[in-house]
Design a protein around this ligand. Structure first.
Ligand code: NAD
Ligand code: TDX
Length: 342
């Protein structure tokens, strides 16, 4: 089995490549990555060189994906498309790269898969469905109407629509998955959980947007990727699969867990972290109903204890300072331009 993994030097893609190399002895992986600020070669450096190639290239540039996809011929060969600009805060500061990578990039991936009749799995997000009220009994299902809020989620929604159209109009053999918030090793320090962990590891105060009432449905990255592997093995062409592990927590709860686990709870009424300027248009709550994925593909998440997953993630950031330290200062300097302590 040959896989082309776009975005494989980013957080979820790199974890996916590790999982494939560990669990599929027959697989060879070619990573295609534009090596943006979000990529890190070190995330792939301990993998066997005879089973993983890294090709630096922008999937939105005509011909780049095509060159690699034209080399796939086996019945199980597949493109797994993770590449995207992925951070909501960046999409508010500058949406252009999001349109380029997420929409034009997906268009080029689809055209290459169409031309060479190669199977595609497109990795998307729950954010395409917009947000839920805190007390809404319904969770997102594959039938929920798209209602994206940010430039990031709008471009992911646009990409999903292109995939659906290429399946119906051109018979492209594609599946889509929409997953909830991931955490785990190799996640960029711009994101919520690694930002707070590395703030504490560098003697800075953690930063909570607004009151922290917003709810995210956390899933460990290995559970996301085990579901993607199930879809590659048994997913039906044209289907959308939702991936989530019933991990709803408010940002305040997650922040308190991190502070407790790191021995950084405040004293005398000081919570140990700062409330800062809220994100404009901040989605209130995401929640995934993954019943169909569980029942049809026999998938079960394995890492459902968030506290335990956070403990292991904190350990990883403690032990891998070389991986994140070089970019930490720049990320915090950027946040400091707009963020104010409330
Ligand atoms: P990430 O930002 O850590 O990694 C994205 C990778 O894509 C980077 O290595 C980057 O260099 C690469 N890339 C960006 N534009 C590219 C282009 N034009 N050509 C080639 N490579 C390009 O993101 P992530 O968190 O690993 O997310 C991966 C995918 O999963 C994205 O499609 C994202 O929308 C989706 N997703 C993420 C989450 C989450 O919680 N992080 C949840 C659900 C879905
Ligand atoms: O410092 C912070 N403080 C804070 O309170 C940061 C960076 C974030 N937050 C809040 C905003 C969100 O409510 O934490 C929550 C999570 O924020 P992010 O890590 O930026 O993730 P989110 O915006 O929810 O989107 C993530 O999940 C869906 C990924 O970044 C997307 O790529 C994915 O599609």
């Amino acid at each position: 089995m040959r896989l082309v993994v776009t975005g494989g030097a980013g957080f979820i893609g790199a974890n996916f490549v590790h999982t494939v190399i560990r669990e599929r002895p027959d697989a060879h992986v070619t990573v295609l990555d534009a090596m943006t600020y979000a990529a890190n070669r070190a995330s792939l450096s301990d993998l066997p060189a005879d089973r993983v190639d890294l090709v630096e290239g922008d999937c939105a540039v005509p011909g780049v994906v095509d060159d690699l996809v034209s080399q796939l011929a086996g019945p199980k060969d597949t493109v797994v498309h993770f590449a995207a600009e992925s951070h909501n805060d960046n999409s508010l500061a500058g949406p252009g790269p999001f349109v380029h990578s997420n929409i034009v990039g997906t268009y080029q991936v689809l055209e290459a898969c169409r031309l060479h009749d190669v199977r595609l799995h497109h990795v998307s997000t729950d954010e395409v469905y917009g947000d839920l009220q805190l007390d809404d009994p319904a969770k997102f299902t594959p039938a929920t109407a798209y209602n994206p809020s940010s430039p990031y989620s709008a471009t992911k929604a646009g990409a999903d629509m292109l995939v659906r159209a290429w399946v119906r109009s051109f018979g492209v053999r594609a599946t889509i998955s929409n997953c909830s918030n991931n955490y785990g090793p190799y996640q960029h320090v711009e994101k919520f959980i690694p930002r707070q962990i590395t703030n504490l590891l560098t003697g800075q105060r953690p930063r909570l947007y607004g009151s922290g009432a917003n709810v995210r449905d956390w899933i460990h990255v290995d559970d996301h990727n085990s579901a993607v592997l199930r879809i590659l093995a048994g997913g039906e062409r044209g289907r959308t699969y939702l991936i989530g592990a019933d991990g709803e927590h408010s940002n305040l709860q997650v922040m308190q867990m991190i502070c407790e686990l790191m021995g950084a709870t405040g004293t005398d009424g000081d919570p140990g972290f700062d409330h800062v300027t809220d994100r404009p248009g901040h989605d209130l709550r995401y929640a995934i109903d993954a019943t169909a994925t569980r029942e049809e593909l026999g998938w079960e998440p394995q890492h459902t204890d968030l506290r335990d997953g956070l403990r292991r993630t904190i350990e990883w950031y403690r032990e891998n300072r070389d991986w994140w330290e070089p970019v930490k200062e720049r990320v915090e300097a950027r946040y400091a331009q707009t963020e104010k302590v409330l």
